[in-house]
Design a binder for this molecule. Structure first.
Ligand SMILES: Nc1ncnc2c1ncn2[C@@H]1O[C@H](COP(=O)(O)OP(=O)(O)OP(=O)(O)O)[C@@H](O)[C@H]1O
Length: 765
């Protein structure tokens, strides 16, 4: 375009109705050059078909321009530039137009609907000049339109580019190109400016365009921040080169986008590897190197170094190769992630570009999600790395941390030693172990205690259980020593008696006596206490009374007076009641009823009156020869036995209601009678046979007391079972006896009773 024609155009343009063509005011770059073309383009875009360039509106607009030119020519001389334009009419300028060809070929193009016949008629002689101006005008219009169109497309494309940079479509496009060795013009591109422009100019300067492309070296263009339009304007290039420059511009942009995608992809691969390495830091796959890059070390793979810095300096082919290698490497690893699976899929289908693109579209979609995960993981990894690096002072130590970090040492546990104090064998043994005649016994529990003794349940050899009685006494008290020796002798004497507790071993030292006996389970005192709140059961009373008498019989039959019979001195050993504690027992000389003791008597509750009376008698006696002696014999044991039976039936011993000294006095006082109620406090009927038995044992006169054998044969302990027939026989015999002997003496009655009882005894169960 010449300067004159440009000015003419500007003049013309300034004279035209700008409001009519200012629809596209926003496209003001370059502001004046593009206004007219933009107006045409804007007009044409308002219609849908490409033929709008030959539409009626364009025709009217052209006519309007011609009319304007007519007015201009009629009111003044044509400018000098018109001559130039006219002279250019026949030239073969590169700016030749379709309109020119139309004039030469008498042929109307599709560019305009201008009717040249009308122009000839109306313009007359100035036709040539007008045609020249028109040609120039058309040329300008075409160039301007082309420029404007390219600019708009460029802007649209730039806007689209900026938008798609943020979206998956952009990623898909760029990644598609990444894997194409020959990067073709993607058919997916919505706009191909070059094709569009070439279509518009196919009949005009297509050949010139290609010539320009051939002749000009635009490959080295550096656009900087300029777009093609700005670049053309800045460097004063012809607008006809705009398509070519735009093409170069877009190619460069594509290449930059591709490289950006590659950088992103490479960093993503790096992140995956970092993560997989971070999960196995102990396997020492990561090593920070001096140049702040990260080197992957894998025993099965050669050492590969991937810089974390910009990779823009690498060629796309190198990047692609590196990327593929990374993908292959990832396939070998056991790492399993969405992107990894996609890589696998890529590898399987790498022979098919179309499939690649399909897969890569999925990459771009999945990559968004994976990207977020990776970014989080990368941040975490980076934080952990920073922590490690901060905590360690030297790279050497860092290497140890990542490469050869040894397993953490087990925490040093402070060994707490429990030092037991040195113990003497005697103290330990004395507390838990007791040795009797070289045999050791381990204490288990305390069974009971007496005035000077303790009885333990112990475990001996073979884990057998025994009762160990430990008695402490005054070794210089002869009476005490004799008393304990007497107990041992009696137990030795009664050794094979089942109703006497068995003495298994004993050892007597200075002031200590150890007795090893068979062990009982419970004593009768414990049993009675257990049943204190239970209803009275005479079968229970009979059973334990008989058991007790059997024990006493054995002792009495052995000529021994126990002298201290009480419930606590009868123990149950495996269901058999046995008698214990012969501490104050004495052997009764043959044919002797009572013995006199000088030492402590038994428990007052169960003491016979004769023993207390004897004591009282002795104390009040003037005969000092008698001394402090108590008169005791077998009947004293039967008194004690009567007191135990009384306790089993009434709940307490006969003088249990008295306390302390009064109890002793009551026992000794013959005026204090023992009560034998027929009912218990719980209103339970007491058999007469039981009352009879108790009375027989608690006679104050020891001579009247029943012996152990008599008590054992008492009615209470030996009840009758009388049947109806026996009762019938008894009544018949009584009636016949009475009819024969109406008066009967007392002696005759006793004989009859004895006879009947003797017969009943034949029916005892
Ligand atoms: N062989 C044994 N088996 C089970 N228990 C026993 C045995 N020997 C004694 N005991 C329990 O130890 C208690 C005290 O025993 P023992 O009567 O022999 O001692 P003690 O010093 O004679 O007492 P006390 O002087 O009061 O008669 C008994 O009441 C009984 O409960």
């Amino acid at each position: 375009m010449s300067t004159n024609s440009f000015h003419d155009y500007m003049d013309l343009n300034s004279r035209t109705n700008m409001r009519q063509f200012s629809d596209d005011e926003e496209f003001t770059t370059p502001p004046k050059l593009s206004n007219f073309g933009s107006a045409l383009l804007s007009h044409s875009e308002k219609t849908s078909a490409p033929e709008t360039l030959s539409s009626h509106k364009t025709n009217k607009m052209t006519n309007h321009v011609l009319e304007e030119m007519d007015r201009s020519s009629s009111r003044s001389h044509p400018p000098s530039s018109m001559g130039n334009l006219t002279s250019g009419h026949t030239s073969t300028s590169s700016h030749s137009t379709l309109f020119g060809r139309y004039l030469r070929n008498n042929h109307q193009t599709s560019m305009t609907t201008m009717n040249t016949n009308d122009i000839e008629i109306n313009v007359g002689n100035s036709l040539d000049k007008s045609f020249e101006r028109i040609r120039n005008l058309r040329q300008n219009m075409k160039e301007d339109m082309t420029s404007k169109y390219a600019e708009r497309r460029s802007k649209r494309f730039l806007i689209s580019n900026r938008t798609t940079k943020l979206g998956p479509a952009k990623r898909a496009t760029t990644l598609t190109n990444v894997f194409d060795e020959e990067v073709p013009n993607s058919s997916n591109l919505p706009i191909n400016p070059r094709e569009t422009i070439e279509t518009l100019l196919e009949d005009s300067n297509k050949s010139g365009f290609r010539e320009s492309k051939k002749n000009m070296d635009y490959e080295s263009i550096e656009f900087g921040d300029l777009n093609p339009i700005q670049y053309i304007k800045k460097h004063n290039l012809p607008t006809s080169d705009l398509p070519l420059i735009s093409q170069i511009y877009f190619d460069k942009q594509r290449e930059e986008n591709r490289q950006a995608a590659l950088r992103k992809h490479s960093s993503r691969e790096l992140l995956y590897k970092n993560r997989s390495s971070s999960t196995s830091l102990s396997s020492n796959n990561l090593l920070p190197s001096k140049d702040n890059s990260i080197t992957f070390i894998n025993s099965s793979l050669p050492r590969r170094k991937i810089s974390t810095g910009s990779s823009s300096s690498k060629s796309s082919i190198e990047i692609r190769r590196a990327l593929k290698e990374n993908i292959d490497t990832s396939n070998n690893s056991s790492f399993n992630s969405p992107i990894h699976n996609i890589h696998k899929e890529i590898s399987r289908n790498k022979d098919s570009d179309s499939e690649k693109r399909g897969v890569l579209r999925n990459i771009s979609i999945n990559a968004n999600h994976a990207d977020n995960i990776l970014q989080q993981d990368n941040k975490r990894l980076k934080r952990s790395l920073d922590d490690v690096i901060t905590n360690e002072n030297e790279n050497k130590k860092i290497q140890e941390v990542f490469y050869h970090r040894p397993a953490p040492k087990p925490p040093v546990t402070k060994k707490v030693e429990i030092v037991e104090p040195a113990k003497s064998a005697s103290s330990s043994n004395n507390r838990s172990m007791i040795t009797v005649n070289d045999s050791q016994y381990e204490k288990i529990e305390l069974l009971g205690r007496g005035g000077s003794s303790r009885v333990y349940k112990v475990k001996g050899s073979g884990n057998k259980i025994y009762a160990l009685k430990r008695v402490s006494f005054d070794a210089f008290d002869d009476s005490s020593v004799d008393g304990f020796k007497g107990e041992i002798e009696l137990l030795e004497k009664l050794k094979d008696q089942r109703r006497v507790i068995q003495l298994l071993d004993y050892e007597m030292g200075d002031g200590l006596l150890y007795l090893i006996m068979e062990c009982g389970d419970h004593d009768l005192s414990q049993i009675l206490n257990q049943r204190s709140n239970m209803p009275l059961d005479f079968n229970f009373v009979r059973f334990y009374t008989k058991e007790m008498l059997l024990c006493i019989k054995v002792v009495h039959d052995a000529g021994i007076v126990h002298s201290d019979l009480k419930p606590a001195n009868f123990v149950l050993v495996k269901g058999i009641l046995k008698i214990i504690d012969f501490g104050i027992a004495n052997a009764v000389p043959e044919h002797t009823v009572n013995i006199y003791r000088e030492t402590q008597i038994g428990t007052p509750n169960y003491m016979a009156p004769e023993a207390l009376v004897a004591m009282n008698y002795t104390q009040s006696s003037d005969n000092q020869h008698e001394g402090n002696k108590w008169k005791v014999g077998r009947p004293s044991d039967m008194w004690s036995c009567g007191c135990i039976i009384y306790q089993m039936i009434y709940g307490k011993p006969p003088y249990g209601s008295f306390q302390g000294q009064n109890r002793l006095l009551a026992i000794m006082n013959p005026d204090v009678k023992i009560p034998f109620p027929e009912y218990t406090s719980n209103n339970e009927k007491i058999p007469k046979s039981a009352i009879e038995l108790m009375k027989a044992c608690l006679y104050r006169n020891p001579d009247k007391r029943w012996t152990v054998d008599k008590v054992l044969s008492s009615t209470f302990l030996q009840p009758f079972m009388i049947s109806g027939s026996i009762m019938e026989d008894l009544i018949k015999n009584a009636v016949r006896y009475g009819s024969e002997k109406p008066q009967i003496s007392h002696d005759d009655l006793n004989d009859v009773v004895e006879t009947v009882l003797r017969k009943f005894s034949d029916y005892k169960i």
